[in-house]
Design a protein around this ligand. Structure first.
Ligand code: FES
Length: 357
């Protein structure tokens, strides 16, 4: 054995003496499994086999561990279904059940494989010299051959019980990532394109939660932050449905504003900036500019909330409003375009393009 050798060299007494890369002796299999004509185990030179009685005992232990792994994986799936989250306490219980069952499944599987390798498979003393990073073809061939040898000696084909329990244990583990995909939640479908505004729903002052009588909101330049009746505390709904309500002089309104969606020169716009969704609520009365404080997008409230500065790509959507029989401001319908970031505008354009294709 020389120090600079590139070959894998093996301890003299216990190593296979066959030259790497040469075909196996007659009667040996060259691939996974025993020789076609016999059930005799393939014995490689230099192998030290465990005591048969100990190997049989180890086989039962390995099978038991694989069964435990199977139970753990099934318990993981059952825990996911049984323990729903929603509160901190329920989430803790769910996390504990998921974590402990997955730990049992993976630990038992790993322990079974370790016992299989250490107690059932034969052993060799091998010495490997340092060599260049790139292996030469002969070494690569030997690695492939050693892999097949290991596969043969593992008894994967011969030990039906081990093979079947291993496959049984591995099957649900492969499904676990699919189960976790459910945590991504249901698809939003069209929910992000709509708000809770609908015909007849009253506009309520944010904070006081009082309805707004049109006759009382009569000083031009006035502005109110408004929420939908019945959803004053619903943060999910408010994230999309909050409005700003502005009173104009009739002569100040420009063509961009839909006049039949106003009432007595009162205009309602979405408060959600069309850039990335900050609340756009800074209002300059003399210029009629609505300013979003996040990235300084500026909208002309007198002209349909058109963008006059900044990164926003489209106007703040206008909500059609009117009054009910008691004179309180109400919505005439939902917005006719999605509120919030302009992603939805692009989505609409793509959907339109697909429809025309
Ligand atoms: S979120 Fe309003 S300008 Fe960026």
């Amino acid at each position: 054995m020389t120090e600079n050798s590139n070959d894998i060299e093996q301890a003299e007494d216990r190593v296979p003496r066959r030259v790497i890369g040469t075909p196996p002796p007659r009667g040996e299999a060259s691939a996974l499994g025993a020789p076609a004509s016999t059930d005799e185990p393939i014995v490689y030179e230099g192998a030290t086999f465990p005591d048969p009685a100990k190997a049989r005992k180890a086989e039962r232990i390995v099978a038991l561990l694989f069964l435990v792994s199977f139970v753990g994986a099934v318990a993981f799936i059952a825990s996911y279904v049984a323990f729903q989250v929603g509160t901190i306490g329920r989430t803790q219980v769910s996390n504990f059940a998921l974590g402990s069952s997955l730990t049992v499944a993976l630990l038992a599987l790993a322990a079974g494989i370790v016992v299989w390798v250490r107690q059932i498979m034969p052993k060799y003393n091998l010495v490997q010299q340092r060599h260049p990073m790139v292996s030469d073809p002969e070494v690569r061939e030997s690695v492939a051959e050693t892999f097949l040898q290991g596969a043969n000696e593992s008894g994967f084909v011969k030990h039906k019980l081990l093979r079947r329990t291993l496959l049984l244990a591995a099957a649900p583990l492969g499904l676990l990532p699919l189960v976790l995909l459910k945590d991504l939640g249901p698809l939003p479908e069209t929910t992000l394109r709509h708000t809770v505004w609908k015909k007849g729903r009253r506009l309520m002052v944010e904070g006081t939660k009082q309805p707004i009588r049109a006759a009382d909101f009569n000083s031009p330049g006035g502005i109110l932050s408004v929420v939908p009746e019945g959803y004053e505390e619903d943060l999910n709904a408010l994230a999309k449905a909050t409005l700003i309500l502005i009173k104009f002089r009739p002569e100040d309104l420009k063509p961009g504003t839909k006049l039949n969606w106003t009432h007595d020169s009162i205009v309602a716009y979405s408060k959600i900036c069309t850039h990335v969704g900050c609340p756009a609520a800074l209002y300059e009365q003399t210029t009629h500019h609505i300013l979003c404080p996040c990235h300084q997008s500026t909208f002309d409230a007198a002209d349909g909330a058109k963008v006059i500065f900044g990164p926003a790509a489209r106007p703040l959507p206008q909500l059609p409003i009117g009054v009910d029989g008691e004179g309180y401001l109400i919505a005439q319908s939902d917005f006719n375009v999605p509120v919030g970031p302009s992603f939805w505008e692009r989505g609409d354009a793509e959907a339109e393009a697909r429809g025309q294709a």
